[in-house]
Design a protein around this ligand. Structure first.
Ligand SMILES: *Cc1c(COP(=O)(O)O)cnc(C)c1O
Length: 426
């Protein structure tokens, strides 16, 4: 039966059989029992499906991954311990030393470091590009060893909207998949697969969890990328894996399952960045109310964006749902129901006044986090992005005066009252 997103958030994933718990149980067990050693052997050989060790797979985690997979319209999905792990695995599953990939320069600071610094030490090179360049210019950055293109649906913290179709066209022209981090939009507001993305990642730490209780990530495959058609580029999927008795993932599991099966049985086996079943349970609870919360986050953020825009002490506001925003046309196309609860703005008077304003807030707290039920604020240049040089900040589009406001689901009148009193102090 075809169902809507709200129904999927409640009903997908855990499907209890007769007499089983209605709510998703937490399989708090490292290991699973079998009657014969032959059966266990088959599991290890990927000949039979089943659970044997939680580092590879756990029923609680798999139920939650299946729910997210259904929301995104994917073919397979896996949970990871964090959004960082999700993005690392998503790339490392198809790139190795000597390979290259391309990413938008406006992505989350943590991902920027992972791609630009840490993965470079592994021999994988990333070229960062302005995501608003033309298709021709984007094409010009591709090399014979380029293996992926990466962007965020809505960038953190600059809240720019990615032209997903443009990125998908260029990626496919060069025979590589488009990977989109859909954390800020969530599948409630945008489903990148509908626009040509091949793989989606999430920091489930944000709206999906929604209550700031558990760090987590997820990777979803659309199943649309034909690995065998580009076999020479992706030997990890199209030639035998020595560490699994010579299994060739794309042949044995097909386009729908190959990518996630490889990421689980190779990367998760060797790196072990699993999500704890306890955190997956919290994540599942968050997912049940995701559509309600996302709608409220967007309503509140829109009211605050309009309030800030009209305030003379505010120099500028970025929120793509505002009609005069640079990304409004892209937002209308890809996110017709609203973008997210995060907006960026600058205060007149620069850094000093920005800090005074933030320190005067009473209800809205200064935390590193974004995208949960409590409204919070951050100054990236002095907090999350402080390890970046001025040059890198500029490249990432993070102005030194940029304040990131993550609007929660409180009564918006109270939030506006808090902002008003803090603006009056400067
Ligand atoms: C927070 C975030 C990440 C990193 O996720 P963690 O769960 O903190 O590891 C990646 N991408 C985006 C867009 C994020 O906002």
């Amino acid at each position: 039966m075809k169902t809507n997103l709200e129904t999927k958030c409640i009903q997908e994933g855990w499907k209890p059989k007769q007499g089983e718990p209605r709510q998703l149980p937490i399989y708090q067990s490292t290991t699973f029992q079998y009657d014969t050693s032959d059966m266990m052997g088959k599991l290890f050989d990927l000949e039979e499906e089943g659970y044997f060790y939680t580092r590879l797979q756990n029923p609680t985690n798999d139920a939650v991954a299946a729910k997210i997979c259904s929301l995104e319209g994917g073919s397979a999905a896996m949970l990871t311990s964090s959004g960082q792990a999700a993005n690392f695995y998503a790339i490392f599953n198809i790139c190795e030393a000597g390979d290259h990939f391309i990413a938008s320069s406006s992505i989350y600071g943590g991902t920027y470091n992972l791609f630009g610094v840490t993965m470079k030490k592994m021999g994988i090179e990333c070229t960062f590009v302005d995501q608003d360049i033309s298709e021709e210019e984007l094409s010009s950055y591709f090399k014979p060893n380029t293996k992926a293109l990466f962007g965020e649906t809505i960038t953190n913290p600059t809240v720019s909207v990615l032209d997903i179709e443009k990125f998908a066209r260029v990626a496919h022209k060069h025979g590589v998949p488009l990977i989109v981090d859909n954390t800020f939009a969530t599948p409630i507001n945008c489903r990148p697969f509908e626009w040509g993305a091949d793989i989606v990642t999430h920091s489930t730490t944000k709206y999906m969890d929604g209550h700031a209780v558990g760090v987590g990530g997820c990777i979803v495959d659309s199943g649309n990328f034909n690995w065998l058609e580009h076999a020479d580029k992706f030997p990890g999927l199209t030639t035998p894996d020595e560490s699994y008795h010579g299994v060739t993932y794309a042949e044995k599991f097909g386009n729908g399952l190959a990518y996630i099966t490889k990421a689980t049985s190779q990367l998760m086996r060797d790196f072990g960045s699993i999500q704890s079943p306890q955190n997956a349970f919290y994540l599942n609870m968050g997912l049940e109310t995701l559509p309600l919360r996302v709608k409220k986050h967007c309503e509140n953020a829109m009211a605050i964006a309009k309030f800030l825009e009209a305030n003379e002490k505010v120099a500028w506001v970025h929120y793509a749902d505002l009609e005069n925003d640079d990304y409004h046309a892209l937002a209308e196309k890809y996110l017709p129901d609203g973008t997210c609860g995060v907006l960026a703005f600058g205060i007149r008077g620069g850094r000093e006044q920005s800090i005074k304003f933030m320190d005067s807030l009473k209800l809205i707290s200064i935390v590193t986090h974004v995208a949960d039920s409590k409204t919070c604020i951050l100054h990236p240049a002095s907090h999350t992005h402080r390890q970046m040089t001025d040059e890198q900040l500029k490249e990432a589009g993070v102005a030194p005066d940029l304040i990131r406001l993550s609007v929660g689901i409180e009564n918006v009148d109270d939030l506006i009252a808090d902002l008003t009193q803090a603006l009056e102090t400067i």
